[in-house]
Design a protein around this ligand. Structure first.
Ligand SMILES: [Zn+2]
Length: 352
């Protein structure tokens, strides 16, 4: 969630630190104490003194840290998930490759622990996410930020870990539309002074973002192939999804298709590693392309596939057309999900 919030803040031209970089924000306790004492001496009430002094302590804390916490500053909310025991599946993935062929071998190695463990569960189905806002602190409305954030993530992305392996697609009741959500976050950002951006950041930002959703018919030839994919881990009990993200993202067994495979032919090795990520030691980067599993939506016929990326527009176009080829889709079976978002962010930039 923090990761997405950072990308949104940056997309709006704001600064969000990278908590993994060592250059993350710190609450300035010294400045806070000094201001608090000064206000008390000026006969301010304790409550108001504390409120104003907090803003002084937070002066150099980025919006993401304000919400999610940093050194000296606690997270503003509590997050709990409640999962029904019958909504749990054993760990499973699938690929068209047989055991020991590349995709199967690779997934088995990456997820070896999960496959071997008897307690490696994943949540699939309905679950409750309860967010409790800690009162006190500043007068900002935290729960509406989180509501907006989850609405955006649900529309154009996913939640939780390993999104690049297809996990984390979700939807929820009372989801807000993307424009209202973006407006709400923009209001929050407008509430305090902007922090000047550290130089040369190359972080994920909604500035450079695209998202496509593909509709796949039940009798789509590639889908029919996937229905017979080999399980990696235990067999799924659910018919609501086919966990074949890796085959789509990497190389589709038995064909020359597959996103990474086709990308490599057009863009070469180095660019491919940059965009799709690599675990090679000296150039380790995470993926900029995210591919969901194939999934069903309530009461909708057929399946859906969502792909999004943090790259230039032309790479997005390439991924779209490669995916269409893989499933032999026509244009009306593809929806671009980031059009409103893009228009909104352009508007924000014109404002600056
Ligand atoms: Zn920060």
């Amino acid at each position: 969630m923090r990761w997405w919030y950072e990308a949104i803040v940056r997309g709006m031209g704001g600064y969000a630190c990278d908590p993994t970089s060592g250059k993350s924000c710190k609450f300035n306790a010294e400045a806070y104490n000094k201001e608090y004492r000064r206000l008390l001496e000026a006969n301010e009430s304790k409550e108001l003194a504390s409120k104003h002094a907090l803003e002084v302590g937070l002066k150099e804390v980025c919006p993401a840290c304000r919400l999610f916490g940093c050194t000296g500053w606690k997270r503003r909310f509590k997050l709990e998930t409640f999962v029904d025991a019958n909504q749990i599946e054993s760990f499973n993935l699938a690929t068209l490759d047989k055991k020991k062929s590349f995709n199967n071998w690779w997934l088995s190695s990456i997820f070896e622990k999960s496959i071997k463990s008897d307690h490696s569960n994943m949540t699939f189905g309905k679950f409750n996410l309860v967010i409790t806002e800690f009162t006190n602190s500043t007068s900002l409305i935290i729960s509406s930020q989180i509501h907006s954030l989850l609405s955006i993530m649900s529309t154009i992305g996913a939640i939780g870990a390993k999104n690049q392996y297809g996990y984390g697609i979700f939807d929820f009741k009372n989801k807000k539309n993307i424009i209202d959500s973006l407006k709400e976050i923009k209001l929050f950002l407008d509430d305090f002074d902007k922090i000047p951006e550290a130089s040369g950041t190359n972080f994920y930002s909604l500035d450079q973002f695209w998202c496509y959703e593909f509709s796949l018919a039940e009798d789509n030839k590639t889908v029919l192939r996937f229905k017979k994919a080999n399980p990696v881990g235990k067999n799924s009990k659910s018919s609501q999804y086919i966990p074949v993200s890796f085959d789509i993202r990497y190389k589709l067994p038995g064909t020359e298709l597959g996103l990474r495979n086709n990308f490599l032919k057009k863009y070469g090795k180095q660019k491919t590693r940059q965009i799709f990520g690599t675990i090679k030691k000296d150039e380790k980067t995470s993926s900029h392309i995210f591919v969901s599993h194939i999934f069903k939506k309530n009461n909708n016929p057929g399946y859906f596939l969502k792909i999004w990326g943090f790259t230039d527009e032309d790479i997005g176009n390439f991924i779209e057309s490669t995916t269409k080829d893989m499933f032999s889709l026509s244009s009306h079976e593809v929806i671009r999900k980031d059009i409103e978002l893009k228009a909104f962010l352009d508007g924000v930039k014109d404002d600056l």
